[in-house]
Design a protein around this ligand. Structure first.
Ligand SMILES: [Zn+2]
Length: 80
């Protein structure tokens, strides 16, 4: 898998979980989730853990946080 695809995959996962939990995506939250994914067994087929081993937390953070701000802005507009 390409590194960009891995970053987007992990960012999507981080984003979804943060959204469900009502968490703000931070530079603390991202490495925690990456570490969690890295505990999957080597033979795991979810695809996320393999991607998590390849990505850089800073890249994932940038993509996930940008997505979150976009959603916040959309929701804020919808509430008006
Ligand atoms: Zn896995």
């Amino acid at each position: 898998m390409r590194l960009i695809a891995c970053t987007e995959l992990v960012a999507g996962d981080v984003f979804q979980r943060a959204d469900q939990a009502g968490d703000v995506i931070t530079m603390t939250l991202v490495p925690r989730r990456i570490a969690e994914l890295a505990t999957h067994p080597r033979r795991c087929c979810c695809g996320l853990c393999a991607a998590a081993r390849a990505v850089r937390p800073a890249h994932v953070y940038r993509v996930a946080a940008a997505g979150q701000w976009q959603i916040y802005a959309t929701r804020a507009r919808a509430l008006r």
